[in-house]
Design a binder for this molecule. Structure first.
Ligand SMILES: NC(=O)c1ccc[n+]([C@@H]2O[C@H](COP(=O)([O-])OP(=O)(O)OC[C@H]3O[C@@H](n4cnc5c(N)ncnc54)[C@H](O)[C@@H]3O)[C@@H](O)[C@H]2O)c1
Length: 331
């Protein structure tokens, strides 16, 4: 059998390794490797497996990479230069759904904690302060919750909200016709004008950068909350800080601490915890291993973010060759 070698450069759930090794792969695990070490080492490997830490682009792999694939054990792909990788015939396969349950539960948990003032009340008790009246909360029941982005994460969150008796408005630029008894399709202006709690579940792209702008924040009902567990730059943080200080926006909760928001009253910043559960890490590792197995053993392309999906059933006792043609996203 052809020797197959794969370099894993980000911390990874242990379930990945036996699955790849069972396929006859040599897996070299270097979670503490530096960027310059990856530059020296990647040649001679067929695949690179990452999470969200490593930025994979021309700067890392150069003009003539030997890699055939990059496996991303997670959903976000903003740390990959997809156009460059496609131009080098390097497939990017990710674990699209592996952490949606974690993010869905997390988002609901954060809303409940906020509405009932759990972080503040806990801190007060630590400081010896006992305040019931000023920590009286409110309920999700009857509120209007807005979701931007109705992919894996947005949908998982919406599903979990359905038992709470709230109104759910959803905007997705590329998906339509999904209104049902639980949620209602809305346009961007309606989302900002009506939602008391807005949650972002879109990728960071040229289109979504700065989408939550000063102008759109002005449209939100006073005292509203923005939850950003997608990517920092989707929100104009300076505008958020100004709106909080002016008493318009009630709270901003994000998974991406920054110098702009640090210490600002009304901001809760977390260290990228949205998908951080043991179950999600295991799901992502297993999903990416399974997708790679199907790609490498059967030539099927599933969960690819830079080549079209292509999966054909196997015909027993036949073999298959794969010859990828250069492809360019959007081309
Ligand atoms: N905080 C975390 O730990 C964590 C975990 C997983 C994912 N994420 C982030 O969440 C993002 C979404 O993940 P996903 O798995 O749901 O992706 P997805 O591709 O399944 O869904 C994204 C949705 O956004 C929509 N969309 C794209 N551009 C849009 C635009 N300009 N306006 C409105 N909608 C638009 C798409 O049509 C799609 O339905 C990821 O890209 C990642 O950045 C964060």
């Amino acid at each position: 059998m052809m020797s197959r070698k794969c370099l894993v450069v980000d911390p990874m759930h242990e379930s990945l390794f036996p699955m790849l090794e069972a396929m006859g792969w040599q897996v070299d695990y270097h979670p503490g490797i530096t960027r310059s070490e990856i530059r020296e080492k990647h040649r001679g490997y067929d695949g690179l497996i990452i999470r969200s830490k490593t930025m994979v682009n021309h700067d890392l792999l150069g003009e003539e990479p030997t890699l055939r694939f990059v496996g991303r054990a997670g959903a976000g792909i903003d740390n990959l230069d997809l156009q460059y990788l496609a131009s080098k015939n390097i497939h990017v396969l990710h674990a699209a759904e592996g952490n949606r349950d974690a993010v869905g539960e997390f988002t609901v948990g954060i809303i409940l904690g906020l509405l009932r003032n759990i972080p503040r009340a806990h801190q007060e008790v630590i400081n010896g302060i006992w305040l019931r009246e000023s920590n009286r909360g409110s309920e999700i029941m009857g509120k209007t919750i807005g979701i931007i982005g109705f992919g894996n994460m947005g949908h998982a969150f919406a599903k979990r909200l359905t038992g709470f008796g709230c109104k759910i408005l959803v905007y997705d630029k590329y998906k339509h016709g999904f209104t049902n008894e639980f949620w209602q399709e809305a346009d961007m202006d309606q989302i900002f004008a009506e939602t008391e709690i807005l949650s972002l579940h879109i990728p960071l792209t040229d289109e979504t950068r700065g989408l939550v702008s000063a102008k759109r924040l002005e449209l939100m009902p006073e005292g509203g909350t923005v939850l950003n567990f997608a990517r920092a730059a989707i929100v104009d943080e300076q505008a958020v800080v100004s709106s909080l200080r002016a008493g318009r926006l009630g709270a901003y909760v994000c998974d991406f601490p920054s110098a702009t928001t640090r210490g600002v009253a009304g901001v809760i910043a977390l260290p990228h915890l949205g998908a951080s559960t043991s179950e999600a890490e295991e799901n992502c590792a297993m999903m990416v291993a399974d997708t790679l197995r199907d790609f490498l053993e059967h030539g099927n392309i599933r969960h690819s973010v830079n080549f079209p999906e292509a999966a054909l059933p196997r015909v027993p006792a036949t073999s298959r060759t794969r010859r990828p043609a250069p492809a360019y996203p959007g081309g």
